[in-house]
Design a protein around this ligand. Structure first.
Ligand SMILES: [Zn+2]
Ligand SMILES: [Zn+2]
Length: 669
């Protein structure tokens, strides 16, 4: 043991040190700590790198043992489930060819080439086979072999796709001579690992769906089948997730969009929304809300052209870096134009119009800009992923000194807005300088510090994503959690000193010298189309009254009351409520059912009593009823309850200025 060649020092997370012989594995160390830990060891982290529990440790190292309790442990379980899926598929369908099986959020998938389409029955059979294999608790064995041997193994197995992947690996990494193989009994898969040491860790797995995919993601290549699954560390987590999926299906905005008559899509305009009157009303509520919030926060609103000259996009760098996603066109006079994929260059041209002084700054320039980005049709998903969408974009031009205050104000604004839309849980991610970046480190220090200090100033927690920033500046991302626990990244804030320099933006400082302003890019909803989809799913279609496309529906009990009901509806409309009359010949119970399905928050039922007495019978979506002595008091109630949440803030803000706000002031008479 005294031979320095053969003993190494291991440091555990609590700082404890152990001297062990070189070649000891994570599994050995776990065993020396205790049998419980040994049993739950999935893998290890050695000097910050994930390794298999069976990998020998050859140098002094800091190690951490990974169990199913760690997020990495769950990822390893998911990845191993992909291999297990391969094992089961090849036992049931020996001629199937395995392609790739990566981990995704909450689960994994495997792309498979097979002569016929897999059915739901196949999926069930594969899952049963997986569970049979899990129950045998077989060990997963790792072998690291020379490349030639690996190639020979997959040649013998006629795994054509694996062979192509190996050839590509060899081309990409000519210096790597060895490759890792994982043996699930007779099934062999190649992988970097790490993987679970035994299938007993894989119990909480469920296959979820089959979809199509293309080899290398290219629609010109042969079609493959993709089997999706989910896997968790415990039965409880699996069950919670499956319940969430079921709930998500019920809330699917594409289905609700149809049921609530909000929008549809057409083959003639893939990835573009056809808004129906009700959907467009909802969309407009978002714009009007954001417009008010921006006006109150000192923004100006502008509009820039949809199509601009190629030279502009060359100057912005989009032509070189983003062309695959751009729609371009040539005019009869041979100009090449592009539909804007982003609003920044247009905003920059507006800023450049006329000389700016330090006294003009900050300029907070907002635009509800419609942007156009070509995406593969396979990646489109209802309103959540479209090719043509509207951003609540704004660019803030300011001095370096003003930058942090502007960042703080934006963060406060976005969090307040999400709260008003019913999202209480918001997490923040900070992405810092990537490896490939523009600008010097001193500039990056300034930009990153501005974001960090803004967050600290507001005492907000954040998750750091080192190296994930844009090439021109660091970024904050705002992720909101919806009613069923799903996370959606919506708002972003980026600080940028690159684009202003690229476009030679200037302002004159207080000494008369020319300076370059800082530019902040921010979108709070992000894409309005996407945010609408998220709202529909968050509320399961039952939108808050202020957002509901139709707020009140007047329903007549018989035709005799149509003319009175029509006057009531007009009065509601004139009061600023979104109201409609159903004076059809249907029974009132049928009308109520229809409005309930449409999730209209309020119904006013009109019959003989209402016409004679002028009283109002208001019915809520949950069946509760309220009676009002007259229409005026009903309208008072409705306009209060349908008031947007920012109206309440507005009154508080007026009070904060030392004035009585209009609704609380007492008339002088
Ligand atoms: Zn793997
Ligand atoms: Zn921008």
């Amino acid at each position: 043991m005294n031979d320095p060649e053969s003993s190494i020092t291991i440091t555990l997370p609590d700082g404890a040190k152990k001297t062990v012989s070189a070649g000891t594995t994570v599994a050995d160390i776990a065993k020396s700590i205790g049998p419980g830990l040994a049993k739950s060891t999935i893998a290890g982290e050695v000097n910050g790198k994930l390794v298999d529990a069976c990998d020998p440790i050859l140098t002094d190292a800091t190690i951490r043992i990974i169990t199913p309790k760690d997020a990495q442990g769950v990822d390893i379980i998911r990845h191993s489930c992909a291999h297990l899926l391969g094992h089961a598929v090849k036992q049931l369908y020996p001629t199937a060819k395995m392609v790739i099986g990566p981990v995704i959020d909450n689960g994994f998938y495997y792309d498979i080439a097979y002569q016929r389409s897999f059915t739901a029955d196949d999926l069930a059979a594969i899952e049963t086979q997986m569970h049979t294999l899990i129950a045998t608790h077989y060990d997963v064995i790792k072998h690291v072999l020379p490349r030639d041997q690996v190639t020979a193994i997959f040649e013998e197995r006629q795994e054509d796709y694996k062979l192509q992947l190996i050839a590509q690996l060899i081309a990409d990494m000519p210096n790597e001579t060895q490759m890792g193989l994982y043996y699930h009994e007779e099934y062999i898969d190649m992988c970097r690992g790490p993987h679970v040491p035994n299938t007993r860790f894989l119990e909480h797995v469920k296959l979820t769906k089959i979809s199509g995919a293309y080899w290398r993601g290219d629609a010109n290549n042969e079609q493959l089948q993709r089997i999706y699954g989910t896997a968790w560390a415990t039965k409880k987590e699996l069950r919670t997730y499956l319940n969430m999926l079921k709930e998500a299906e019920k809330r699917d905005h594409r289905r609700l969009g149809k049921e609530l008559d909000l929008f549809h899509f057409h083959e003639e305009a893939t990835g573009a929304v056809f808004w129906h009157p009700k959907g467009w009303t909802l969309f407009q509520q978002l714009i009007e809300y954001m417009r008010r919030r921006q006006q109150q926060s000192g923004y100006i609103e502008v509009n820039t052209p949809d199509m601009m000259e190629r030279s502009l996009w060359e100057q912005s760098g989009h032509w070189q870096n983003y062309q695959d996603h751009m729609y371009t066109t040539e005019t009869p006079d041979k100009q090449t134009l592009a539909l804007k994929p982003m609003n920044c260059p247009g905003s920059v041209l507006l800023y450049k119009h006329g000389l700016k002084s330090y006294r003009d700054l900050p300029i907070r320039m907002a635009e509800f800009g419609k942007v156009h980005r070509y995406e593969f049709s396979g990646s489109l998903h209802g309103l959540l992923r479209v090719r043509h969408f509207t951003q609540d974009d704004a660019h803030i031009y300011c001095t370096t000194e003003q930058m942090q205050k502007e960042c703080t104000d934006i963060i406060e604004l976005v969090l307040d807005i999400y709260k008003q839309f019913g999202f209480e849980e918001v997490s923040i991610k900070l992405s810092t300088r990537p490896e490939n970046r523009m600008g010097d480190d001193a500039t990056w220090d300034i930009l990153e510090t501005a974001l960090v200090e803004s967050l600290q100033h507001l005492a907000l927690d954040y998750q750091l994503n080192p190296g994930e920033g844009a090439f021109y500046g660091p970024k904050l991302e705002f992720v909101l959690r919806d009613a069923i626990g799903r996370d959606w990244q919506c708002g972003t804030l980026q600080v940028d000193m690159n684009l202003p320099a690229r476009f030679s933006l200037e302002y004159i400082d207080n000494n008369g010298a020319r300076q370059t302003p800082v530019m902040l890019h921010r979108a709070l909803f992000g894409s309005l189309e996407r945010f609408t989809g998220i709202l529909i799913e968050h509320y399961a279609g039952k939108l808050p009254a202020w957002l509901a496309p139709l707020q009140v529906s007047a329903l007549t009990i018989s035709e005799n009351f149509n003319s009175y009901a029509s006057r009531v509806t007009q009065a509601l409309t004139l009061s600023g409520l979104r109201a409609e009359l159903d004076d059809s010949k249907e029974k009132v119970s049928y009308k109520i059912r229809q409005q309930t399905l449409k999730k209209t928050p309020f119904m006013i039922i009109i019959g003989a009593n209402e016409v004679e007495t002028g009283q109002v019978n208001l019915r809520l979506l949950n069946g509760e009823q309220m009676n009002f002595a007259n229409l005026a008091s009903a309208i008072d109630h409705l306009t209060t309850i349908c008031r947007p949440p920012d109206a309440i803030n507005q009154q508080q803000a007026i009070a904060a200025l030392g004035f009585q706000s209009y609704s609380t002031s007492i008339p002088l008479t």
